[in-house]
Design a protein around this ligand. Structure first.
Ligand SMILES: [Zn+2]
Ligand SMILES: [Zn+2]
Ligand SMILES: [Zn+2]
Length: 105
């Protein structure tokens, strides 16, 4: 497969609903970071943390006031995050709006 432009990608999304098609974009699965990067800068608090599996960005969840993980997706189009809450390892795909699997804890 060669490089695809956005038009082809959208068409592919319509034709092939497939929950795991973004998993090949996983580059990072663990982090030593313990806080939302943006909230730490502004002194805000968060509820839960999400790790971007493309670049290692750590942001806060949608229950948090600033929703930095979702904002990171809109800014970068990185599709996958995981929970880095203790005992949680599920992956969320923002593009498909579904759970895309589970990682090692
Ligand atoms: Zn996906
Ligand atoms: Zn945040
Ligand atoms: Zn990212």
């Amino acid at each position: 497969m060669g490089p695809r432009d956005i038009g082809d990608l959208n068409l592919g999304d319509l034709n092939m609903p497939e929950p795991f098609r973004h998993l090949d974009q996983i580059k990072i699965t663990h982090t030593a970071k313990k806080g939302c990067e943006e909230c730490l800068k502004t002194g805000d608090t968060w509820v839960h943390l999400r790790l971007c599996l493309s670049c290692g960005h750590v942001g806060c969840c949608d229950s948090s006031r600033n929703k930095h993980a979702t904002r990171h997706f809109h800014a970068t189009k990185h599709p996958l995050v995981r929970s880095i809450e203790p005992g949680e390892a599920w992956i969320w795909c923002y593009v498909d709006n579904l759970m895309a699997g589970e990682l090692d804890r």
